[in-house]
Design a binder for this molecule. Structure first.
Ligand code: C2E
Ligand code: CA
Ligand code: CA
Ligand code: CA
Length: 279
């Protein structure tokens, strides 16, 4: 089918103002993107603040658009969620992550955790647990190397089902991280009964460090509460030496931020990991 080129693309960065016609064009383009190998994962390392080692990477989706170039996720994930396309796209992301994990071995690199984002919309798929497990099992990957990141709101639509999914996947060895923590409404103690091993502090708090306001106190509170509940803490968005120093002083476990590394394509990740292997 011929694409509706030109005008519609200019509006991707104004997602919220898309007309129905343009939304449909965007969704059709996304469908083609999934079929035509236009999606790509970038990888952003997470650094252990005590040892300085790479603990894992977060897999972040990019769309290599034939005319637009690299389109960031904020500009197409909402449409993928609205249309339900995020379900097959989400499975593709996990498949790709598993494939890359296997490829680490060929490069003689140590295995590390690959973290993948889960959209609330993926919880509408009643076969989520078995599909995810089948993908990881077929790839022959150790399930403990896959971590799924989800936000508090992802579980809100059907909390019982979401809880069951988390439990089942956790029993198979998959771990969970709570994404964007601090921006939602529930408290960590409400989430205590869920199999979540890691809390990711939203980057908005890290970026407000040093400004007037509560960021320091909020970060301290999140770290101490997470640790008292036996969860690890990753701070997102650390960009400056001062932010890193503060986080290390507060015993934050890991940082994922531009200070250490930006999200990068696969071939750059291979070089990065080779240069940062523990001696
Ligand atoms: P997120 O899950 O919170 O991912 C972290 C975002 O923070 C990434 O943006 C990353 O590039 C950015 N970031 C990391 N460190 C820094 C820093 O030091 N400074 C600044 N300014 N930004 C930093 P990105 O890659 O644009 O992704 C945006 C969002 O898109 C993600 O936020 C996630 O919600 C969503 N997303 C990305 N990939 C996927 C995916 O495969 N599936 C789903 N459902 N959502 C995804
Ligand atoms: Ca994330
Ligand atoms: Ca996040
Ligand atoms: Ca986010």
């Amino acid at each position: 089918a011929k694409r509706d080129t030109g005008t519609s693309y200019r509006f991707y960065n104004r997602e919220l103002h898309l007309t129905v016609g343009r939304q449909l064009a965007l969704e059709a383009d996304l469908r083609n993107a999934l079929r035509g190998n236009e999606l790509e994962l970038y990888y952003q390392p997470r650094i252990d603040l005590v040892t300085g080692e790479v603990r894992g990477v977060e897999c972040l989706l990019r769309w290599n658009h034939p005319e637009q170039g690299l389109v960031p996720p904020d500009q197409f994930i909402p449409a993928a969620e609205r249309s339900g396309l995020i379900v097959p796209i989400g499975y593709w992301v996990i498949e790709q992550a598993c494939e890359r994990l296997r490829a680490l071995k060929e490069h003689q690199l140590d295995p590390i955790i690959f973290a993948v984002n889960l959209s609330f919309r993926q919880f509408h798929d009643r076969r989520m647990t078995e599909t995810i497990f089948r993908i990881i099992y077929n790839a022959g990957i150790d399930t403990s190397l896959i971590e799924l990141e989800l936000t508090e709101s992802a579980m809100m639509h059907d909390p019982d089902y979401a809880q069951r999914c988390l439990r089942e996947l956790n029993q198979l060895g998959i771990s969970f991280a709570l994404d964007d923590f601090g921006t939602g409404f529930s408290s960590l103690s409400n989430l205590q009964h869920l199999p979540i091993s890691l809390v990711k502090i939203d980057k908005s708090f890290v970026q407000r460090l040093g400004e007037a306001g509560d960021a320091e106190h909020i970060i301290r509170a999140i770290i101490s509460l997470s640790h008292s509940l036996n969860m690890g803490v990753v701070a997102e968005g650390g960009e400056t030496r001062e932010q890193i120093r503060f986080l290390r002083d507060q015993h934050c476990d890991e940082v994922q931020g531009f200070y250490f590394a930006r999200p990068m394509p696969w071939r750059n990740l291979i070089e990065y990991l080779a240069a940062h292997e523990p001696q």
